[in-house]
Design a protein around this ligand. Structure first.
Ligand code: LLP
Length: 426
């Protein structure tokens, strides 16, 4: 890591006690809870949410934290206490929101594959809105609502066909993507939805992609949505809310990520004086720079072409580098007076794609701790048990306090639902 690098995480600082998050020494967390361990900062989570609230000011709006980015109950409970809404994509995420103290009537439910059981669960909980993504989903939802004797609040997720200019795996608003209903079909589908007796049409939704560093594509999508909203109003169908999805990017390395205020300003200008409530579904910009992954160096292994720092975290803990070429800063917890070496930081998994960082200059020895920064979004929530590795513990720091918000998994729990063939079977 070169000297000029400044931490993208706002509550991280160097001190004589080594790297601190808020007032807690990360080395103490690593010693106490073991590694790998995810560490989140309550102050950073709160500040990120407050940045949205400040930018939205007195505007009627709902900030729905996207649960897929970080679904830990401790983290969700921080947002629930701040009065946030939640964006979910499964019945599992709804259960988590409720277990964390979130309000069902602040929940929006997105996703192309909602099952009947999930629809039932969400209707019974009384969520705020279903973001419907296809014609057949509309019909299914109407049928389920009739069965449970409820009216389902719906928005159509329209696909505005704008290019968010981000990684192809995380761009979602193009015609070629599976998400949303085609822009050209939206009017007819709204008419159909309005005619279905167990649906109440209340909004419109879109989400064009993730890690966006410029608001222009979002504003373009918003213009297209506004055009639809006004045409629907002309037909007597007045929408109550407009949902812009998530997408605002963060700084991992040297990206010029806009502030929430700067990102939202052109959008708010476009909607000035309009009556609709505005919804947002931020994920990464709420949790990404509020969390990091701590790991310990097991071995320093010189190679013929490359040197490796083999650590106890792996692609099963943090998949972004392997899957998207995601770049996370790697920082030594203690500053050591040893020569720097250039290493690939890799895990113990049996895949060449198991790397967390490549070509980093680190002043380290075996046994030292490293922090992988900006890992609070799509880190733990995308982890797996590949290679029968128990998932990491998770810790939430609040000032000087440290809360274990997820215990490290045990090996036994990994196969608790499995069994060998019965012994009668030869
Ligand atoms: N709303 C919907 C409907 C979404 O699909 C997503 C993310 C969000 C909100 C939150 O977007 P955000 O504010 O975090 O950009 N695993 C990838 C990111 C996948 C994003 C999927 N959808 C990564 O690690 O970069």
């Amino acid at each position: 890591m070169n000297q000029e690098f400044s931490f993208p995480m706002p509550t991280l600082a160097r001190s004589p006690r080594g790297l601190l998050i808020e007032q807690v020494a990360l080395a103490d967390v690593a010693e106490r809870f073991g590694t790998p361990v995810y560490v989140y900062s309550r102050a950073a989570l709160t500040d990120a949410y407050d940045a949205y609230r400040r930018a939205l000011g007195a505007r009627r709006s709902l900030v729905c934290c996207s649960v897929k980015a970080n679904s830990n109950l401790g983290v969700l409970s921080v947002f629930a206490r701040l009065g946030a809404g939640f964006d979910i994509v499964s019945g599992g995420e709804l259960a988590r929101v409720l277990a964390a103290g979130g309000r069902a009537d602040h929940v929006v439910f997105s996703g192309v594959g909602k099952s009947r059981a999930e629809m039932r669960q969400a209707l019974e909980a009384g969520i705020r809105c279903f973001n419907v993504e296809s014609a057949t989903e509309l019909e299914r939802l109407n049928g389920i609502a009739a069965e449970v004797g409820k009216t389902a609040p719906v928005a159509l997720r329209v696909n505005p066909d704008v290019d968010p200019k981000t990684h192809p795996y995380i761009s979602t608003g193009l015609k070629s993507n599976k998400f949303g209903v085609a822009f050209g079909d939206a009017l007819a589908l709204y008419r159909r939805a309005a005619a279905l007796p167990h649906l109440r049409v209340c909004g419109i939704d879109c989400h064009i992609g993730s890690q966006l560093l410029d608001s222009a594509p979002m504003v373009e999508a918003a213009r297209r949505m506004l055009d639809l909203v006004d045409r629907l109003a002309g037909e007597g169908l007045h929408l109550e809310h407009i949902d812009f999805g998530g997408g605002l990017g963060i700084r991992y390395r040297d990206e010029a990520a806009p502030t929430v205020g700067a990102y939202l300003a052109p959008l708010l200008k476009l909607f000035e004086g309009r009556p609709e409530e505005l919804f947002f579904e931020p994920g990464r910009s709420l949790t990404g720079n509020a969390g990091l992954l701590l790991t310990r160096i097991e071995y320093l292994k010189p190679g013929e072409e490359k040197n490796f720092a083999i650590v106890d975290a792996a692609m099963n803990d943090l998949l972004r580098p392997s899957l998207y070429g995601g770049w996370h800063a790697v920082v030594e917890l203690a500053e050591r007076d040893v020569p720097k070496r250039t290493v690939d930081v890799v895990g113990p998994i049996c895949e060449s794609g198991d790397f967390l960082a490549r070509g980093r200059d680190l002043a380290v020895e075996e046994g030292d701790f490293l922090a992988l920064l900006s890992a609070g979004a799509y880190g733990m929530s995308m982890s797996s048990n590949y290679n029968s590795r128990p998932r990491a513990a998770e810790v939430l720091v609040d000032g000087q306090e440290v809360h274990l918000v997820r215990a490290r998994e045990t090996v036994e729990s990994l196969y608790a639902l499995e069994c060998p063939l019965p012994s009668s079977q030869s």
